[in-house]
Design a protein around this ligand. Structure first.
Ligand SMILES: Cc1ncc(COP(=O)(O)O)c(C=O)c1O
Length: 403
């Protein structure tokens, strides 16, 4: 499935509120906050010349978020950043003066943080980020997980001291339940998806993701011509596409959003021209992308700055994990989790289809960026799908996985 963006808002400027959320000043602030985080380092940008040659494109870069802040996914940039910002704002309100991140460990700020509880629903990675941020600032965290979240993923969140709450049903049910319980208890809900009347905090989460684009632009000599990013609720795709459009203006890359065929809420939203909720089907192996309703803010941005929407199949995701684990030529080994390689799977499909390459202007001069949005965040599942433990794979090539 491939759709060009035919929305009337396509190429219109971002709404002022979104331009501010994803703007240069905000992204600079995100990076300043990162300097206060343990284990902060730019994630590697890998070049895959052998794969690029095989796809008949000029260059292929993959930003490897498996190395992000010790959490193994780009999500480490969003939820934790929002938690820190919210605690500083609350401290500012109570103390009657602005409170900076440098003051996080001052006793009066810590006392205010200790009174707060942040809550969210998660497929795994967002909850890990919120829980890590809560531990860092000393607030309590309540994390809601649906029935499909693996015990490994739950344990990886609980290790930050978060209270874990299992919910019947799907991710969307857990989002609703988290919002309900948080409202009852006066907790602050830190969601990565937005809905009518609830936009600012998911906006902060997306703002955190802009750091990837800033790093990337420092790591290359020329900006990309094309970017393929996978989507769950659309937050990361919107943050990346939105920040590129702000920084590069008319020179922005062609941007393609990639959904799993089994949970294609962004593709179906694009087809309908407005946010739609899609029916639940079979679960997808791309577990972090299994969302059936788009984020409203994300769609508002993507309707303007995404150029095309496409789906990939289950086997595409598994095959890309294996190709990255056993690369051809001198391409580096990359450990991509089940959802990590979906953007690249989209590129591989696009490159094999003459109609899509023509629609996107993808050719031997194209410089393509994809994001490995997660490493082996569920090592057991990774080993089942790739046939080798992620740590062993990295060790074989003398690399590290960042986990
Ligand atoms: C590894 C990974 N990739 C991509 C996504 C999709 O992000 P979004 O829901 O913002 O579209 C997620 C979301 O949890 C994720 O964990």
């Amino acid at each position: 499935m491939f759709l060009s963006n035919t929305h009337p808002d396509h190429n219109a400027p971002l709404e002022p509120v979104d331009a501010e959320t994803l703007g240069i000043a905000a992204a600079e602030e995100v990076e300043r906050f990162l300097t206060h985080r343990d284990r902060h380092a730019e994630t590697p940008l890998q070049s895959l010349p052998a794969m690029a040659a095989g796809l008949d494109i000029g260059a292929l870069h993959i930003k490897d978020e498996g190395f992000r802040l010790g959490l193994g996914s780009f999500k480490a940039l969003g939820g934790s950043y929002a938690v820190i910002r919210l605690v500083l704002e609350e401290a500012g309100r109570q103390l009657g003066r602005p409170v900076d991140i440098a003051e996080l460990h001052v006793p009066e700020v810590k006392a205010i943080a200790a009174e707060m509880t942040v809550a969210c629903a998660t497929d795994g990675n967002h909850g890990r980020s919120v829980a890590q941020g809560a531990e860092l600032v000393g607030t309590k965290a309540a994390i809601f997980v649906h029935a499909g979240v693996s015990d490994e993923r739950v344990a990886a969140i609980a290790r930050f001291g978060a209270q874990m709450i299992r919910v019947e049903g799907t991710y969307d049910d857990s989002v609703r339940e988290a919002a309900r319980v948080a409202t009852e208890n006066g907790w602050t809900i830190v969601s990565d998806t937005s809905w009518p009347g609830y936009e600012r905090i998911p906006g902060l989460v997306m703002q955190g993701y802009t750091a990837m684009v800033r790093e990337f632009l420092r790591q290359v000599s020329e900006p990309p011509t094309h970017v393929f990013v996978q989507s769950g609720v659309g937050g990361v795709a919107a943050a990346v596409a939105g920040h590129f459009s702000i920084v590069l203006g008319e020179k922005r890359p062609i941007f393609v959003v990639v959904d799993p065929a089994r949970a294609a809420c962004i593709v179906e939203t694009a087809r309908a021209g407005r946010p739609v909720k899609i029916p639940h089907g079979e679960p997808t192996v791309m577990a972090m992308l299994e969302c059936y309703e788009p984020s409203l803010v994300a769609w508002r941005i993507l309707s303007r700055v995404a150029d095309a929407f496409m789906t990939v199949e289950e086997q595409d995701a598994i095959s890309v994990m294996n190709r990255l684990a056993r690369p051809s030529g001198n391409d580096p080994v990359i450990v991509a989790g089940e959802s990590g390689g979906a953007g690249l799977a989209g590129l591989i499909r696009a490159a094999a289809d003459p109609e899509i390459t023509a629609a996107l202007g993808l050719n031997a001069t194209s410089r393509v960026l994809v994001i490995n949005t997660e490493g082996a965040t569920d090592p057991k599942r990774y080993t089942e799908l790739v046939g080798i433990e992620p740590e062993r794979l990295a060790a074989v090539k003398g690399q590290t996985t960042g986990q």
